[in-house]
Write a protein that binds this ligand. Sequence first.
Ligand SMILES: NC(=O)c1ccc[n+]([C@@H]2O[C@H](COP(=O)([O-])OP(=O)(O)OC[C@H]3O[C@@H](n4cnc5c(N)ncnc54)[C@H](OP(=O)(O)O)[C@@H]3O)[C@@H](O)[C@H]2O)c1
Length: 276
Amino acid sequence: MSTIAVLGAGKIGESLLSGLLNAGYSPENLLFTERYQQRAEELTKRYGVRATDLPTAARQADVLVVSVKPQDIEPLLDEVGDLVTPDKLVATLCAGLPTSMFERRFAAGTPVVRVMPNTPMLVGEAMSAVSGGTHATEAHLDLVEGLLGSVGRVVRIPEDQQDAVTALSGSGPAYFFYLVEAMIDAGILLGLPRSVAAELVVQSAVGSATMLREGEGHPVIMREGVTSPAGTTISGVRELEKHGVRAALIDAVEAAHSRSVELGAKHRQETDSEGA
Ligand SMILES: NC(=O)c1ccc[n+]([C@@H]2O[C@H](COP(=O)([O-])OP(=O)(O)OC[C@H]3O[C@@H](n4cnc5c(N)ncnc54)[C@H](OP(=O)(O)O)[C@@H]3O)[C@@H](O)[C@H]2O)c1
């Protein structure tokens, strides 16, 4: 079994470690790095996984999973760049950073796979999209898909679609939280206690999500199933249409996409000038 090192065990990195252990990976085959000694000790106590420094992780592991914030990437690459060789596989979870940026910093031919996960990874329900860089083979992509599969679902996409993924499933949980928040407010307006309103809305969201995932039908068919002639739901749906909620959601995702493209370009400019 490959040795996997999680470089930066914050929210996402810790969730991945936890998911890999739940999926049957042995703590012997896992390593992680953390900046703060106390956090490292806590994680080792919680999961039985060894903490190490970046150069040791880069030397000992077969797979390096980079999960530091994009703004922390430069010092990390400075420390490990020269130690990463083509016999390793690098999986980067850093939002907005292209595989080419990593490839430039490692030995020629090093395989890099870019991953866009989302926060439901914290509960083992992530949606991740993976894209291979220049030297990533089918086997490398399979391996990364297997790792991410321990904390949710995975799709494979061309790298030029990563900004769209960022806008849809990367930011997506925030839009669902926003809708839930608004519906809870509506329940309060109608006189329900907050805790009751929250339970009604959250369970309706979980139930609807389960139907969407497990049912055979299209969302439209499912919505039609609860929209009876002259009933209550159609009165509500008319208001959603009147207020342009569908168009607002499409615009929101499009705006997130534009921002992702813009941030990616800015980051590339900064890293190009730092790397120069
Ligand atoms: N959270 C999301 O919704 C989400 C979604 C998609 C993608 N991502 C990507 O996932 C990555 C991780 O995000 P996150 O939310 O898990 O961030 P996070 O909680 O800040 O975790 C990053 C961790 O890496 C540590 N770190 C930074 N530099 C390091 C170094 N040189 N050596 C060792 N450890 C180092 C940080 O330590 P400190 O505490 O000292 O800073 C922190 O514990 C990011 O690149 C983000 O773009 C996140």
